[in-house]
Ligand binder design. Sequence first.
Ligand SMILES: *Cc1c(COP(=O)(O)O)cnc(C)c1O
Ligand code: SF4
Length: 344
Amino acid sequence: MPKTRHVLRTVEDLAEAGLVGPQLAEALRPVAAMYAVALTPALAEAERETTADERGDPIGDERHSPVPGIVHRYDDRVLLKLTHVCPVYCRFCFRREMVGPGEDQVLSPAALDAALAYIAAHSRIWEVILTGGDPFMLSPRRLAEITERLTAMAHVKVLRWHTRMPVADPKRITDSLVRAIKADKATYVAVHVNHPRELSDAARTACARLIDAGFPLLSQSVLLKGVNDDVATLEALMRALVETRIQPYYLHHLDLASGTSHFRVPIAEGQRLMRELRARSSGLCQPHYVLDIPGGYAKALLNLGDVEQTSNSHRLRDAKGQWHPYPNPEKPDDVTQHGVPSRA
Ligand SMILES: *Cc1c(COP(=O)(O)O)cnc(C)c1O
Ligand code: SF4
């Protein structure tokens, strides 16, 4: 692709730089007629730039995929990836090398049979996480079929759907979709939301439809430079989620997907933001700050610890960052009357 040297201001510029094909250019013309277009060379290049540490399979899904569509990294739970398509494509997607329209958009009937047979044969699998792509791209008829087949497996106790649909295309959270995933099992829905502005009225209504049908909602967000890497935005996001009855679950440190370095925030900065968020807001507003260890080992919890071992006891950190001694209850002799270790 040609290197971009000047600010791209028209659809023709974008096409010349190889960023959009003829079909997309046609679709963009009416948009460009209404709104200003400007893409600086730095931004145009950023997406194509891959640092030495970035990779196509940043979280090592492939290593743990016994059959197509299944990722089995933890004993008690599997991912079941039903489709490669999404309602929107995120520039920072951790599966950006895999997702997108093209062949094999959806697991074939034979592959789905094999994936379900794998789950049926592994009685330690307690939870099935339905993901993709975005599983809510499937028709309610297919969703209902998959839900029914999983419900029939006695050892599977929990279903969890991971989706961006309630914010990306809220009108697709229809009554028939809600009915389709209704199961005789605990069913959670984890919604991917990164900015409070994504929780539009329509998005909140879509979430309420799921919650009112009995599905607890969780959130997943990605920490993104320039998007939500300031405490005011994070706080507004978490409060908006809780007000919508969505329990903040994960704040993901950005995975090492190719071409995403311009979105990456240093871990120490993410930890500082989490600490400030804790100091400012309710426990309901606290997601776990996590990072998938490259290579597919596990998710590491990045939150700064609030407890540390001292020579004969522990100390605890408050929301402002101050440490306080904690007496060791197993050694009552070390503790004075005031509950402070005598040999701190
Ligand atoms: C993230 C992930 C899960 C789910 O992990 P939780 O911590 O339970 O949300 C399961 N399997 C794989 C492969 C994952 O990457
Ligand atoms: S919705 Fe999820 S899977 Fe789809 S592009 Fe965005 S991050 Fe990737």
